[in-house]
Write a protein that binds this ligand. Structure first.
Ligand code: SF4
Length: 317
């Protein structure tokens, strides 16, 4: 691991200013992804800014009837909150589908949104990776790509976003609240938070240098039946090959978001309008323009079949 300096931020703005003034700095909260990446020297921050003491660990009601989730609320606390379990069950289900109990105790809401891909080539520093080293090439193209993406991908990167929580947040139309070094706040719709790779796969989100996530807000509850189903190679502690987040109303309308298929949680208003027509129509529309590899083309029928199963379960709930 490379040497680095460390400070405990005394205020939110001080944290943002410290990060903006030190280009090699990273915020650290739970550290469940960052520390692994530092040990492998994939992330080599020169300075760590500990944001754990900034009072961002509360879940509070909003004036609009939703919830404001502090960026430092742990994944365990969020998944077990009674308001979340009652009104946003898809979020609770998605979180407990991810990682392990120990990791969820440490991992935070903000950090979960920022976790990096689990593309195996990203983690192997002997192989080319445009995300790790811009311009180096992409060993996954033509390589082992079973777990990788087929929608929203580019000629430079086919990695997927590994977060289960983010898929549910996308389904619920969450907003990400931030603070920058000048003290300005910003609200970023979750749909715009994660970027597609294009020619710059190393730029993964909409944050500017030093911008600190302070909270994630959920709109008023959607009602309906909530489901999250994750298909993976083993029953726990594995990332999604495909995951489906679904909210279904009694009249057959609803929302659907898909994980494990692209660089961000995948959702489409047009596809959702087809929910009353069944899973085949929805999946075909959601994955229109897909660019599967020879190893991950199985994800196309897998999305349809998983969605069909989840819709059938929701109808009988
Ligand atoms: Fe790197 Fe993306 Fe290629 Fe994986 S798919 S090796 S993360 S550039």
């Amino acid at each position: 691991m490379k040497a680095f300096t460390f400070e405990r931020a005394v205020s939110r703005q001080a944290a943002a200013m410290a990060a903006a003034n030190s280009p090699g700095a990273r915020f650290i909260a739970g550290g469940t992804n960052l520390l692994d990446l530092m040990k492998l020297e994939i992330e080599t921050p020169t300075h760590l800014i500990d944001v754990n003491g900034l009072g961002l660990d509360k879940i509070e009601p909003t004036a609009e009837g939703g919830l404001r989730i502090g960026a430092l609320v742990s994944n365990t606390a969020l998944a077990s909150d009674m308001r979340v379990r009652r009104d946003y069950a898809v979020l609770s289900r998605a979180i407990v589908a991810g990682a392990s109990g120990q990791l969820r105790n440490k991992a935070t809401t903000g950090g979960n949104l920022l976790q990096r891909t689990r593309c195996p080539y990203f983690y192997d520093t002997n192989l080319a990776c445009n995300k790790r080293q811009p311009g180096a090439g992409c060993a996954a193209l033509g390589g082992a790509s079973r777990s990788l993406g087929l929608v929203g991908v580019s000629d430079t990167c086919i990695a997927t976003n590994p977060s289960d929580m983010a898929v549910a947040m996308r389904l619920l139309d969450a907003n990400v609240e931030t603070l920058n070094a000048q003290g300005a706040t910003r609200v970023i719709p979750i749909a715009d938070f994660h970027r597609l790779p294009g020619a710059t796969p190393h730029i993964e989100n909409a944050l500017t240098p030093g911008e600190l996530i302070t909270a994630v807000t959920l709109p008023a509850p959607t009602g309906g039946t909530h489901r999250y189903h994750k298909v993976r190679d083993r029953a726990s502690y594995a990332f999604a090959l495909v995951s489906i987040a679904l909210v279904m109303q009694r009249d057959g309308t609803g929302r659907v978001a898909v994980g494990g298929v692209g660089p961000k949680p995948w959702r489409s208003a047009m596809a959702e309008s087809l929910l009353p027509n069944g899973a085949k129509a929805v999946a075909a529309n959601l994955l229109v323009g897909a660019r599967p590899t020879h190893e991950n083309a199985f994800k196309i029928p897998l999305v349809e079949r998983t969605l069909a199963a989840v819709m059938a379960e929701a109808r009988t709930a």
